[in-house]
Design a binder for this molecule. Sequence first.
Ligand code: PLP
Length: 458
Amino acid sequence: MASPVDSPVSPAVAADRRHVWHPFTQMREYLALPPLVVASGRGGWLTDTEGNTYLDGNASIWTNVHGHNDPDLNAALQAQLAKVAHATLLGLAHEPGAELAALLCELAPIGLNRVFYTDNGSGAVEVALKQSFQYWQLAGRPEKRGVIGLEGAYHGDTFGTMAVGDSGGFHERFRPWCFESTHFPAPVCNEFAGRVHAADDAASLDALARLLESEAAQTACLILEPSVQGAAGMRQQPPGFTRAVAELCRAHDVHLILDEVFVGCGRLGPMFVCAEEGVTPDFLCLAKGLTGGYLPLAATLTRDEIHDAFLGSFSSGRAFFHGHTFTGNPLAAAVALANLRKLRPLIEEGFIAERIAVFGRELARAFAGHPHVRELRQRGLAAALDLQPDGGGSWSADQRAGLQVCQRARDHGLLLRPLGDSLLLVPPLCLSHDELRELVDRTLRAIDDVLPGLTPLS
Ligand SMILES: Cc1ncc(COP(=O)(O)O)c(C=O)c1O
């Protein structure tokens, strides 16, 4: 039988294999696997150049909201395209950028009135960190430089975001070039199907209180992915945890940065997790679902008081010297506006909550007690299945159990990404009840096809 590498390939496959270096990918492994070239999308489905269709089970890396090729988002994009594709925000304004900022401030907790645009989640976090650092300098407290994060945190792959993250395998190599940060222990939580099955944040909050007592005077900010740490494997926090962290930060005069790059824009149900928890952070970072999964755009929201500290004469040097060429691109801003305007009633009228309930029920039906699932976690439209050999134990890392399941899922018309030997299920918010059931059933079939045949480590 011809290997994928020997088979005749399309020009796109040939060019991809010869020239594209894929993100987060062991290229030797990638080149040995059959190619999949996405050609088009509609709703929650993607179609490849061979005409095969797949459910987009990770919402194109956790971004997609209303589906691919959504008529309303397409129309917004086309209307803006007919006006202007790009104009800089350096010293100029444009309508979609201004309108989107106003809408974000209306949707966010009261007090967040200023929006700084970037192009991706890492950029949004970099801006929050730099604004916090500069604020304390401008406030005459330059010794407040430190950053506290939560164990297992992931905030992106730029140097600042790597420095404040704690995702060992991803970033360890670059540690010598990163500034120091401190991490406090994560709480324990397990939730699925609308029920919290385990929750304990006492030790975590106690450790944070002690850390702040000794370090707050030298600490600029604490950064947290509220409610769910996606890249850590959908690690959950007990309800009320964000609020407790916020209260500790306020008591110790330390800025709170909430990184809602993953959990915001309806992913967990509410538009923003912080509003649900009754917390107004000093900085709120948004990306991923902001444009409904259409274009790269991110936003960092902050309070007037922080913005106003940067005001002064030009020669005072108080201005925030940061920006990117495509900061606040008008096409991206126009599609984000259409996305949020369409999403808001779906959240307010309970449609997203209903889908979340269906997703939870389907997951529990298929995977609670499944011999190959060590733990199931689900909150909102974000779930993780930690896989294990029947009877416990583990496989070797090079067996790539999670990847093998994802490869098999393609044969069942489903696209998923593994995280080691966990599967992360993050569907577009628009999936119907039947599609959510399909997502779960296809995942189950792939697991049952692959895992019984793998020999565990002895
Ligand atoms: C919580 C969180 N913050 C930041 C990022 C980085 O976003 P980006 O990949 O757009 O730079 C991610 C990406 O997964 C994320 O999950």
